[in-house]
Design a protein around this ligand. Sequence first.
Ligand SMILES: [Zn+2]
Length: 260
Amino acid sequence: MGLGDQLLATGMARGARARGKKIAFGDGRKILWDKNSAEVFRNNPNIAKPGAERDQNVEWIPFYKGHRIYNTQGRGRWLWNFDFQAKPGEVFFDNAERRIGRRHGRGFILIEPDVPSWKSVAPNKDWGRANYQALADRLKTEGFRLAQFRHDKSSPPLNGVEGLKTLNFRDALALMSNGMLYVGPEGGMHHGAATVDKPAVVLFGGFIPPEVTGYRSHVNLTGGAEACGSLTPCQHCRKAMANISVEEVFAAVMETLNGR
Ligand SMILES: [Zn+2]
């Protein structure tokens, strides 16, 4: 289950405490967290914990594993709910997390060539390592410091790109909050970039529509495709990714950085 979903939840819960409420994510009877919820929701004053179901101030949102609001299951594909619009999430770091989040310094471009290979839709979100390498080479010649997160499931860093070891997802976000920009696929890290208020160039391709899980503050590239939601590797998605050139992504990165 996606860490991105947890961040989407924190976006939905934004501002609840200010209204005297806490958001209960579940089916209206039980708060349904999954294995990633506690980590991402830690210290979040807007979210009710399991066990708080009967509290006076809870407000239910039916967003939980198997019920994600932004999509419903169609035949072999997700059907996207275009009434849904992602709002930037929030993670409440403590002082120690903030401090160790600075251990690799600041001002790097975070590049993420990996898609979660254990998910069936991964090939549909994959721009390809060769493209990411070409992009990295191009950015290197402009003198940028490039970094890539390393963890137990990551591939080796691209040539010329620093590998930054992350301790967990929160740590990755704390590190990213010291970066300059994220470039990579739609997923946990693009939600993370929005959460820590960083610009991003997101390689959406043809699987999932930016109108639903994208952020207005980011550059979202689709290769001109309509999102298909296909749960299995898809020619149309492959073509969408192939339509996104290294030059286009490079230009988007440069424009984004020059605009700030
Ligand atoms: Zn497709």
